[in-house]
Ligand binder design. Structure first.
Ligand SMILES: Cc1cc2nc3c(=O)[nH]c(=O)nc-3n(C[C@H](O)[C@H](O)[C@H](O)COP(=O)(O)O)c2cc1C
Length: 163
């Protein structure tokens, strides 16, 4: 069972949160690899994945254009039928992290992915659309670590259950 995390980062926050998710996935005995959109992606590995998670910083209350660009132009990684999930980093609670996630969710659905967040079905902490880390709201960024790792655990569990 393999899972991939594809993200874009400018300042490093989205990479850090991707690593926290990866720790949760690994804790369930599932292989995971992280791919920055600034580096070359391992297409063979990604095609073997049961699930792919997409991470984006929030820019102008939506997903970063580099993530949108990849989802728009990718022809080599087959996304249809895989489990998909999304997370975001942002400054503020009202800054649009949730909108950023939902703008990607629509693209994942269009690609035929089975989109999963755990929602409210697994109890607290509720991760409705996907985890969001806020870097300009007190200590939220640091404190969200547990939630990101838990998201990884839940995503891995669902992948094992489905595939
Ligand atoms: C050009 C630009 C636009 C941004 N727009 C928003 C925004 O609309 N809402 C928000 O909450 N944060 C916004 N941010 C903050 C980033 O989403 C946030 O700092 C994020 O953690 C950066 O991720 P990174 O370190 O992975 O690049 C913006 C940052 C930049 C540079």
């Amino acid at each position: 069972m393999k899972i991939g995390i594809i993200y874009f980062t400018h300042g490093g926050h989205t990479k850090e949160k991707a690593e926290e998710i990866a720790a949760g996935i690994e804790s369930k005995g599932v292989e995971v690899r992280l791919f920055s959109l600034d580096d070359e992606l391992d297409t063979d590995y990604l095609n073997e994945c049961a699930g792919i998670i997409f991470g984006t910083p929030t820019y102008v209350a939506t997903a970063h254009w580099r993530v949108v660009e990849w989802l728009t132009q990718n022809r080599t990684v087959k996304l249809g039928g895989k489990l998909g999930g999304c997370f975001a980093t942002a400054h503020y609670a009202q800054g649009g992290g949730d909108s950023a996630i939902m703008s990607l969710v629509g693209m994942l659905l269009t690609k035929g992915m089975l989109v999963y967040s755990g929602g409210a079905a697994l109890g607290k902490p509720f991760i409705h659309h996907g985890p969001v880390a806020l870097d300009a709201v007190g200590t939220h960024y640091e404190e969200s670590k547990e939630m990101f790792t838990l998201f990884g655990e839940r995503f891995a569990n669902k992948s094992l259950e489905l595939f």
